[in-house]
Design a protein around this ligand. Structure first.
Ligand code: AMP
Ligand code: FE
Ligand code: FE
Ligand code: ZN
Length: 273
């Protein structure tokens, strides 16, 4: 039986594994297939595909786009996306620029509450991909301003914290459109975060083609509920761990995985789109 973990981050976004390390961990977890879905970037896809040559592991191109809908953060996965598409690269470079500006704003707020940290300290924790709050958290931990990444979110940069800055976000509609224009398959990530089936159904009407049903935070009850929702609306089913390496040390590669048949359905859906 072949298994796939379709939700993995690298250090091109806020994971701590390099593509090579990610492949090593995937081999250890006996996976036949993985997808690299970094936040708002596809920079990790080619290096992971290269690194996979030494292993018998298939790498599906992917992305996890941050969007916002009436104040709720909605993450949308884009599988099998054409990661060299110029339109995609152009749109993502705008997001990257906005994220850099946001780091400067967050650092200013941290300085105002007495934390001595520079934007450069933050950029040093990233690898040229995108920067976000996880990098701020890592820099705060490195400067010993907090004991852990989790504490950085609790005390300072969480959405109720004194140094929170809302990031520039696409709407779900824009992300779905962009993913489809680049021949990808848009899937709603970790639906439990939305907390309401009504919102999920709304997104299905906007063009979401599937649900990430298998996810470490989903109880068996939630898995069953999302499976029946997927059946009712004729949606694809995916799953993955959302491993961030040391950024979320309790979640290992392969902590959630799906049978390879679901990958085949994803590919068929892309062709028949
Ligand atoms: P950003 O896109 O820059 O706003 O950062 C969001 C990312 O920060 C998420 O994808 C997670 O990786 C991480 N994150 C958000 N909240 C927490 C939290 N409470 N603890 C740890 N990591 C978090
Ligand atoms: Fe993340
Ligand atoms: Fe997410
Ligand atoms: Zn993720």
């Amino acid at each position: 039986m072949k298994f796939a973990d379709l939700h993995l981050h690298t250090h091109f976004s806020d994971g701590t594994f390099s593509p090579e390390e990610l492949l090593r961990e995937s081999k250890r977890a006996s996976l036949a297939c993985i997808s690299v879905v970094d936040h708002d970037t596809v920079s990790g896809v080619t290096p992971a595909t290269e690194a996979a040559k030494g292993y018998d592991i298939e790498v599906l191109p992917g992305i996890e786009m941050s969007t916002e809908y009436n104040g709720v953060e909605v993450h949308i996965l884009g599988y099998l996306i054409e990661h060299h598409n110029p339109l995609l690269i152009e749109r993502l470079s705008l997001l990257k620029k906005n994220r850099i500006e946001r780091v400067h704003k967050i650092v200013e707020k941290l300085n105002r509450v007495g934390i001595k940290i520079t934007a450069e300290d933050v950029f040093k924790t990233a690898y040229g991909g995108i920067v976000g709050r996880m990098h701020i958290a890592l820099a705060l931990a490195k400067a010993r301003a907090v004991d852990s990444v989790a504490q950085a979110f609790e005390r300072y940069i969480g959405d109720k914290g004194p140094a929170y800055v809302l990031g520039f976000k696409f709407s779900p509609q824009e992300a779905i459109k962009l993913i489809k224009e680049c021949d990808g398959v848009p899937i709603l990530a970790h639906p439990y975060v939305l907390g309401s089936d009504k919102l999920i159904i709304r997104l299905v009407k906007e063009g979401i083609m599937g649900l990430e049903v298998y996810y470490p935070e989903h109880s068996q009850g939630l898995v069953d509920a999302y499976l029946s929702l997927a059946k009712k609306y004729n949606l694809l089913v995916t799953g993955g761990s959302d491993c961030h390496g040391q950024g979320k040390p309790s979640v290992k590669v392969g902590a959630a995985k799906v049978p390879y048949q679901l990958v085949e359905r994803l590919k068929e859906a892309q062709k028949n789109k």
